[in-house]
Design a protein around this ligand. Structure first.
Ligand SMILES: CC(C)(COP(=O)(O)OP(=O)(O)OC[C@H]1O[C@@H](n2cnc3c(N)ncnc32)[C@H](O)[C@@H]1OP(=O)(O)O)[C@@H](O)C(=O)NCCC(=O)NCCS
Length: 315
């Protein structure tokens, strides 16, 4: 038996209790239970639309045994939840946390929602289905250590030039990722928005040209590591112009990106790849990446009235 309570601001005692929960879950799972941004939202009081749902034991010491957090992104909502390892055999707890989060979104006007679950189990699938959500994308996080011993890139690359390379990059990106739900139809506005981010570094955004045409690129990003609080280098977006694929350029560009990340002092690299992108997964495996874990998105559209309509596998 448990109770679920909504919190729109967190006091010190709440943060301490949630830290313990997140620590226990992270220890059991081998990776951080709540994403860095979500955790910052929680500690700093939350952005617009923030709501945390804290589940406690209904009896005894009323320990915190579960937590769900709702946050409003650009045009959609995101939900993450954490369950204490000792309470994972009780699907009702997950179900109540997800239901509370979705109710909150309905009360705040509804909209498109992603519920991201790391290392999903069949219980997570059942809970999402019962809440009327559809299974969206499955993403593998793959990792490897740096440097890559014994392999060197042999293709010349140069840094992205803000203000000059945007149109060529957009064309190659959108052709290479044609049909991809998130990466396949970028506009100038989306690219400009990324270039304004504090993490944006043109020196880590490598382009390779053949006969004056953009043939391939590897865009890297340095970020906080959810595993241990250190830093990790991400292969953020990589693609080869379809006119130049299967000539070894993908492999060369991954190596160039990894060399750059090691040159700025990083000792590990990671990336996200769709589960069914066999070409890319084969390439990454060949270069020593291993699957770290799978993240699954469940999606749906919440109407303001609280009635749930699922969208056809949209992400
Ligand atoms: C994935 C991608 C970058 C590979 O680039 P590429 O230059 O064509 O790949 P390479 O010639 O360097 O091939 C390296 C290895 O990747 C794998 N691979 C690449 N394309 C493949 C395909 N069509 N089918 C099967 N394996 C493939 C193979 O293991 C290959 O090694 P091999 O040639 O010895 O068999 C390219 O296909 C691409 O841009 N895809 C669209 C964008 C994308 O999915 N990016 C990755 C997102 S995480």
């Amino acid at each position: 038996m448990h109770d679920v309570e909504v919190k729109r601001r967190m006091g010190e005692a709440d943060i301490a209790a949630l830290s313990k929960l997140i620590e226990a879950a992270s220890h059991a799972d081998g990776h951080r239970a709540l994403g860095e941004h979500k955790w910052l939202d929680l500690v700093q009081g939350g952005r617009e639309g923030f709501a945390g749902f804290v589940a406690t034991e209904a009896t005894g010491r009323h320990r915190v045994i579960g937590y769900a957090q709702v946050s409003r992104g650009a045009g959609s909502w995101a939900v993450e939840y954490v369950v204490h390892p000792h309470w994972r055999t009780e699907p009702q707890l997950r179900g109540d946390l997800v239901a509370a989060a979705l109710r909150e979104i309905a009360e705040q006007g509804g909209g498109h929602v992603h519920v991201w679950v790391p290392k999903p189990s069949s219980d997570d699938d059942s809970v999402a289905e019962a809440a009327g959500l559809k299974r969206g994308r499955d993403l593998y996080q793959m990792r490897r250590s740096l440097p890559v011993e014994g392999l060197q890139s042999t293709v010349a690359t140069r840094p992205f030039r803000p203000g000059a390379d945007e149109e060529a990059w957009l064309e190659v990106n959108n052709r290479a990722f044609h049909g991809h739900p998130e990466q396949g139809s970028w506009t100038r506005r989306e690219l400009d928005e990324r270039e304004r981010q504090p993490w944006f570094d043109p020196d880590g955004f490598l382009l390779a040209e053949i006969d004056g045409r953009l043939a391939a690129f590897c865009w890297t990003k340095v970020q906080d590591d959810d595993h241990d609080g250190g830093e990790v280098g991400e292969i953020y977006v990589i693609a080869v112009n379809p006119d130049f694929q299967r000539r070894g350029l993908g492999r060369e560009l991954v190596l160039a990106g990894l060399e750059h990340l090691h040159s700025v002092g990083l000792e590990k690299a990671m990336l996200y790849v769709d589960r069914d992108n066999e070409e890319a997964r084969g390439l990454y495996r060949m270069l020593g990446f291993h699957d770290d874990h799978l993240d699954r998105a469940y999606t749906g559209d919440i109407s303001p009235a609280g009635e749930l309509h699922t969208s056809p596998a949209s992400t």
